[in-house]
Design a protein around this ligand. Structure first.
Ligand SMILES: [Zn+2]
Length: 125
């Protein structure tokens, strides 16, 4: 049994599982609906025919913005509140910043770029 983090927001029937997968020889985590089955070919993920849901978020989905891994707790919050605050890092400005991460049916999750969060205020929480 895989560990589960919450109910699937898309199909309502499945639960979001933590799956350990290997991509390019490195082990990583995939958060996926129990009704979503993935096959991997040349490191490209493809849904199998038995799948009835496509929910999935790769742990390293925010790597481009210098967030190495989306944590299980962040996924739990995302499932419960439909959004979660994530800390990203700008290598150009050499500075951390915060953004909201929301569910995205096509990509799993997406960053809300046009909403600015005052990181100084957040630190005092
Ligand atoms: Zn689902």
């Amino acid at each position: 049994m895989n560990k589960t983090l919450g109910n699937c927001p898309y199909c309502q029937e499945g639960s979001i599982e933590v799956r350990k997968i290997e991509v390019e020889g490195k082990s990583t985590k995939l958060y996926a609906c129990s009704n979503a089955h993935w096959g991997f070919e040349h490191d490209m993920a493809e849904l199998t025919k038995e799948s009835t849901c496509s929910f999935r978020i790769f742990q390293n989905a925010l790597l481009r913005w210098n967030k190495k891994a989306i944590g299980e707790r962040e996924i739990r919050t995302l499932l419960e509140d439909e959004q979660v605050k994530v800390r990203l890092y700008s290598s150009r400005a050499k500075k951390e910043y915060y953004k909201w991460l929301v569910l995205d049916e096509e990509y799993g999750c997406s960053v809300v770029w046009d909403v600015f969060i005052d990181s100084d205020a957040e630190d005092k929480e």
